[in-house]
Design a protein. Sequence first.
Length: 147
Amino acid sequence: MASQETVKTHSDSLIELLGAQCSDLEQLLALARQETLAAQEGAFLKVWDIVSERATIGKRLETYHRQISELRGSLEAAGHSVAQYDITNRVVELANSTLMQDQKTRALLTASRTEASEGLKALNRGQAGNNAYLRENRKGLSYSRNF
């Protein structure tokens, strides 16, 4: 009878972990969408804050994955099927959606970096021209006293 209680406890724990995992994956996707919007707006400090939040969720997801694997192993070792707890399709869907959103954000951030780089190059060219002008002793005005 203790085995049945253990299976019930493991099953309940597995269900809770799977639910928490999906919830965090949905939150991760929502943050990825917010990150894309922030990148479109050029709000790079907001992007940084979102990346920090996503890292925290990522650490939790790693923990869930490890715990889920352990619980599935325990249930399978006890001869019970865990197929009824398989929500892999939803997990894969959420992960793929998040990856696609990240690709959009990456493209936006790359374009912003390129634009900033070009702006800096133009600024450097302007500064070099300005410095050359200021170094020139004869400013285009010359006259001779020998009239």
